[in-house]
Design a protein around this ligand. Structure first.
Ligand code: HEM
Length: 505
């Protein structure tokens, strides 16, 4: 209890009950109250002296911290400004949240083995609601197994088998766009990456059914966009947003379990990820968790990166030309005799995985710069170990630590003119100066798959279409700057005008 709360309690006591109280009763009440005041004052004076305690954000009423949920970048920056410190803390009801920044803090944040990403994200961002027996349970062991299965999926052989399938998906969808037109990349390109992510992480029964994929995309959008302060702060209260989230999770669960059942009952083996998962003979929750959970982790990150990358190229034609040159060169080396007139997806399939990974320097620096500038991520962890000290400030056991990627990726000392898209930037030597795929204890376990997926989709689009960034009316327009308060720009705020090249998709 702090002093002002105690003061209020005393006032309430005096104003309501005092006139009717006898002296012994008064003493019985007042003495403990005075002791409490004394203890609280002592605690307060200790608090003041405790240099390890992060500065507290002034005005920590619920209203003041609402922007943590809907304008996080602004909220965090104003916290640094208001406290004048590079580390500060605030409370979300009874949860302590410590926001950290700076090189030392970053290194300590990413190297703490007790910092739990899953719990940090689950509790502070609440994308997936907890449903007993579906998204709950003894998580740590299951998560470790799911990550192992993800590694198995990304071995050379399964990844090589996936590549032509992803290219066929991209060809089918891009082929339906017509000769020329205009679209919102955050809708259309996103749909393509969602399809290829579903292809990579689930099964033919779902990935071959466009209606089912569209349904899943809507449900995942509901999960991601349906997060409100209430669904995070009081997840046990059945607000309409929470009910919608629980319902969406249940529907996704039903779709995934129905596909698994269909496969098991049919007895037919297919060449897909579900088959690989079933062959491990894990418990069903691992298979369901793999598909449901990794789609949350992977679909939005891959989708938004592909959308931004192609949007940036829509305004940087010099880079688009360089990329085309790189890709045409690879195609010319790897196209088999007699396949010169084959479809683009077939010719791209002929490029080996190893070449995609080691001989695409232009694509590599485009992806790198896109992630630096447009991955508006904030890392969140729950401290599951003893009290931790970050740059000398305490993150108590059970509290949350938060590190905004903007702290490093928009740091003008590391990246001059940080809001400029410049893929030719030299690699930084600053410790953890680039964390596009994470760092320290937490690097993205889906990185290999995501990179290949991004490269294939970008190649299909850049060789199959000419494109340019335009406004709603189709006139050339300056490129937008990513708004770090959002994961994706609002619908209908970005447009690409496209026309087919002579290359047959
Ligand atoms: C362009 C696409 C992607 C990017 C840029 C990306 C980036 C990242 C980053 C930066 C982290 C660490 C986050 C943090 O420290 O808070 C991370 C974690 C993670 N990513 Fe990715 N990711 C991508 C795609 C994927 C895909 C496709 C999958 C799954 C197939 C995936 C699965 C995961 C998982 C499971 C974690 C949590 C790891 C853990 O708990 O230790 N990601 N990713």
């Amino acid at each position: 209890m702090n002093n002002s709360a105690l003061h209020d309690a005393r006032l309430a006591l005096i104003s309501t009950g005092a006139p009717y109280l006898t002296t012994p009763t008064c003493i019985a009440i007042i003495v403990p109250v005075l002791l409490l005041v004394f203890a609280s004052t002592l605690a307060h004076s200790q608090e003041v002296e405790d240099e390890t305690k992060p500065a507290k954000l002034p005005g920590s009423s619920l209203l003041a911290i609402f922007p943590f949920f809907n304008r996080r970048f602004d909220f965090i920056n104003s916290g640094f400004r208001l406290t004048g410190k590079n580390i500060f803390q605030f409370n979300l009801l009874r949860k302590t949240v410590v926001i950290v920044s700076g090189e030392t803090a970053r290194t300590e944040f990413f190297s703490n083995k007790y910092f739990d990403l899953t719990e940090g994200v689950r509790i502070l961002s609440g994308a997936i609601p907890i449903i007993k027996g579906v998204t709950s349970g003894s998580q740590t062991k299951r998560i470790a197994t799911i990550h192992k299965r993800l590694q198995a999926l990304q071995r050379n052989e399964p990844l090589t088998r996936l590549m032509p399938q992803m290219l066929d998906d991209a060809q089918r969808m891009m082929g339906s766009w017509g000769q020329s037109g205009q679209f919102d990349p955050f809708e259309k390109i996103y749909e393509v990456t969602f399809q290829t992510t579903i292809r990579s992480l689930s099964c033919c029964e779902i990935a071959d059914d466009p209606v089912m994929v569209a349904r899943l995309k809507k449900l995942y959008d509901k999960l991601e966009n349906g997060t409100t302060p209430a669904t995070i702060l009081v997840p046990w209260i059945p607000t309409p947003a929470m009910i919608a989230k629980v319902w969406a999770t249940k529907e996704i669960y039903d779709i995934v379990t129905a596909a698994i059942k269909q496969r098991e009952e049919s007895g037919i083996e297919r060449d897909d990820t579900l088959q690989m998962l079933l062959e491990f003979k894990d418990e069903k929750l691992i298979v369901v968790g793999f598909i449901m959970g990794l789609l949350v982790a992977g679909a939005r990150a891959t989708g938004s990166t592909a959308c931004w990358l192609l949007t940036f190229l829509g305004g940087h034609h010099d880079w688009r030309d360089k990329l085309r040159e790189e890709l045409e060169h690879l195609i010319s080396i790897h196209t088999l005799l007699g396949d010169e007139d084959a479809s683009l997806s077939r010719r791209l399939s002929a490029i080996p995985l190893e070449t995609w990974e080691s001989s695409t320097p232009v694509l590599d620096c485009l992806i790198r710069e896109t992630l630096r500038l447009a991955q508006t991520h904030t890392a969140m962890r729950r401290n599951d170990g003893p009290d931790a000290y970050i740059d000398g400030k305490r993150v108590p056991a059970g509290a949350f630590a938060v590190y905004p990627f903007s702290d490093v990726h928009l740091d003008a000392a590391i990246y001059p003119e940080p809001y400029k898209f410049d893929p030719s930037r030299p690699l930084t030597t600053t410790p953890l100066g680039y964390i596009g795929w994470g760092g320290g204890q937490t690097t993205c376990p889906g990185q290999r798959l995501a990179r290949v997926e991004l490269k294939l989709i970008t190649a299909m689009f850049v060789l199959g279409f000419d494109h340019e960034f335009v406004d709603k009316k189709g006139a050339p327009a300056p490129l937008p700057t990513p708004n770090w308060n959002e994961v994706l720009p609002p619908r209908g705020s970005c447009y690409l005008r496209y026309s087919r090249t002579k290359v047959a998709l």
